[in-house]
Design a protein. Structure first.
Length: 210
């Protein structure tokens, strides 16, 4: 039986051959293929770029590069996405796909810790996409916020965390869930921003800097 998600995917722009190949490859070779952004969220990220027209994007957590490629697709000429991945074991998988992208000239790939790399970026950013270690979302937010222009958009992925955010007593040892809960409360109480959680896939929070 066809699902609502099936219907949605049939009625939006399709995946490119490159993204479809990346998706298939991830499901064959990677332990956690569901971590990729995927078709629907990828088209959403591209659309945000079309609407926002950011000159500079920062992505924290590249993983396979699926979201990176989608955002690069939506960028105007001369715009760049800086993407940072701490797990260099992903490099043999991710780097070839980024290189094959027709938008590779808009992508700047960095391997390492965002806390060490971010001070070396001589940029202010119009858009940030956070999809890395959930335990450190608050830290990422505080790190990048001073370097965001007014009107910048922060997108934080997985903010519903498989529904664990509404469990009555999440385990104190579950640091990933605790990290997401702390982040969601931090954004809720931050008067410097406007925010909304979109219930797409695992939750995507849109945060607009006033």
């Amino acid at each position: 039986m066809k699902t609502v998600e099936d219907y949605i995917l049939e009625h939006i722009d399709g995946e490119s051959a490159l993204l479809a190949a990346l998706n298939r490859d991830a499901h064959v070779k990677l332990l956690y293929p569901r971590m990729i952004a995927g078709h629907l969220q990828g088209r959403l990220l591209k659309m945000f770029c079309r609407m926002m027209r950011p000159a500079r994007i920062l992505e924290i957590g590249t993983y396979t590069g699926y979201a990176t490629i989608c955002m690069a697709e939506g960028l105007a000429d001369g715009a760049l996405v800086y993407t940072v991945e701490i797990n260099d074991e992903m490099q043999p998988f991710t780097a070839p796909y980024l290189e094959k992208s027709p938008h590779r000239d808009k992508i700047r790939m960095f391997w390492g810790d965002i806390e060490a790399l971010f001070p070396t970026f001589d940029e202010t950013f119009d858009m940030v996409y956070i999809d890395a270690d959930k335990r450190d979302y608050c830290k990422y937010y505080d790190l990048v916020f001073p370097r965001l222009k007014p009107g910048a958009l922060i997108l934080a992925d997985n903010t519903l965390w498989s529904g664990k955010v509404v469990e009555e007593r999440p385990s104190a040892s579950d640091r990933q869930t605790q990290g997401i809960l702390a982040f969601n409360e931090k954004i809720r109480n931050d008067g410097r921003v406007e925010k909304v959680i979109i219930p797409v896939r695992d939750g995507l929070t849109m945060i607009w800097k006033k």
